[in-house]
Design a protein around this ligand. Sequence first.
Ligand SMILES: CCC/C=C/C=C/C(=O)SCCNC(=O)CCNC(=O)[C@H](O)C(C)(C)COP(=O)(O)OP(=O)(O)OC[C@H]1O[C@@H](n2cnc3c(N)ncnc32)[C@H](O)[C@@H]1OP(=O)(O)O
Length: 306
Amino acid sequence: MASLIKTIGFNQSRKSISNFLLRAYSSNTEVPQFETLAVSVPKKNVFHVELNRPKKANTFSKAMWLELHQCFSSLSNNPECRVIVLSGQGKNFTGGIELNSLVEMAAAAEELPDTARKARFHYHFIKYAQDGITALEDCVKPVLTVIHSACVGAGVDLVTAADIRYCTEDAWFQVKEVDVGLAADVGTLQRLPKVIGNDSIARELCLTGRKFDAKEAKEIGLVSKVFPDKDSALNHVMELAVNIAAKSPVAVQTTKMSMVYSQSRPNPDGLEHVRLLNAVMNQGEDLPKAAMAQATKSPPPEFDNL
Ligand SMILES: CCC/C=C/C=C/C(=O)SCCNC(=O)CCNC(=O)[C@H](O)C(C)(C)COP(=O)(O)OP(=O)(O)OC[C@H]1O[C@@H](n2cnc3c(N)ncnc32)[C@H](O)[C@@H]1OP(=O)(O)O
């Protein structure tokens, strides 16, 4: 390592040295590549997924729905990945669905000969889009989001499928589907009321499509913290991600699975689910290792990837 640093040269700043080491570290880790998403590994076991269509306000193209599904499914199965940070590149988090793709979808369905075939086409397209969003919830690794500027339409569907949401002071939100002639169909109507725990506010936001700002998002519980800007939000979220990534992946991932399962089920079902999960997971090495460290006030132990 010393010779590696020497070759970088003395005139480079500390920051550029750490960036170099970051890239060197990343190159040893398998990082999936996509057209509409940028994936990097800024910290050990922490993957950063960025919506990457900044010139088009990170709108959801047909490819983006599929790539979200592929990306979060692959990270769910990647043992190196313990926590995922999700944010957007450029000026906005996302402007929602690419409006021309909605028009194209309607036109393609119109080409079909009858109602049954048109309906089946719409059904498959909606499922295709839903799968891109639900992939965040199905992913067993926690997904922490940083939302800045516009988070419109499908953006709200996306962030309500994540585990933890932070935003910047300039963030604003809009469940805009009703204004483009649609009932939101990729998750907001199901998840937003549960996320904020207030059905009346959720219905008001979904039925009116009115914009709301970061302050209101915090008040209603859509986001848990508001930061002055994207850099400070990302710095904070990376610290949080590192903290979670250092914990037992068995405990963290089982916690997420149990909370997702229990979100829309009666408590007895959730309790049975976690009983069955822990009947298996408690046989792993993480429980005795972590419990012993706590009991003896030892430094936190290291855990194997899962
Ligand atoms: C089965 C799937 C069901 C899913 C349904 C989902 C529904 C929805 O998401 S409804 C919401 C649809 N989105 C909108 O109505 C937003 C429209 N856009 C805007 O309001 C603004 O563009 C925005 C606030 C997002 C950003 O404003 P800003 O001033 O920062 O940038 P712009 O110059 O307006 O945009 C930059 C370029 O991006 C293009 N663009 C933005 N949004 C969309 C969009 N939704 N669809 C297509 N293109 C979009 C914009 O035209 C600019 O492109 P260019 O002119 O080539 O520079």
